[in-house]
Unconditional design. Structure first.
Length: 132
């Protein structure tokens, strides 16, 4: 399917084509709202001192929870998500690699090269060094 036929097919669609999606979204939102309302209406409402007390897993709390934390934890988490999401983009290529041919292969190589350049940059900047 080329781009022109895709655009022609898209031009022929009407708003009635989206009616099932709108009905499904309304049904989902209504279901969520109904479940929240029923659980708040039918659920227990005992507000005892023990129930309202902060749960600390049996460990006595100490200090302030608002103390500064090392940015390294967040940086590693963001980098993990970044490189984890990169793998998700390989799935469409794996499914359609025959149709994409060599141009798709070169595009995937370029995609991997960009991430490798970013990874080398991260290593050189010392973002993964924990000794700091």
């Amino acid at each position: 399917m080329n781009l022109l036929s895709f655009l022609l097919d898209a031009a022929e669609s009407t708003s009635a084509d989206y009616l099932p999606i709108a009905i499904q979204l309304l049904f989902a939102a209504g279901f969520v709202g109904t479940m929240i309302a029923v659980s708040s209406w039918a659920g227990p409402k005992r507000k005892t001192e023990d129930k309202l007390h902060t749960f600390t897993s049996g460990i006595a709390s100490h200090g302030d929870a608002r103390q500064p934390m090392a940015i390294k934890y967040f940086l590693v988490a963001i980098l993990f998500v970044l490189f984890d999401v990169e793998v998700i983009f390989f799935y469409p290529y794996a499914v359609n690699f025959r149709e994409l041919g060599w141009s798709g292969f070169y595009a995937v190589l370029m995609f991997v090269a960009f991430f490798l350049v970013g990874f080398v940059y991260i290593i050189r900047k010392g973002a993964l060094n924990w000794e700091d």
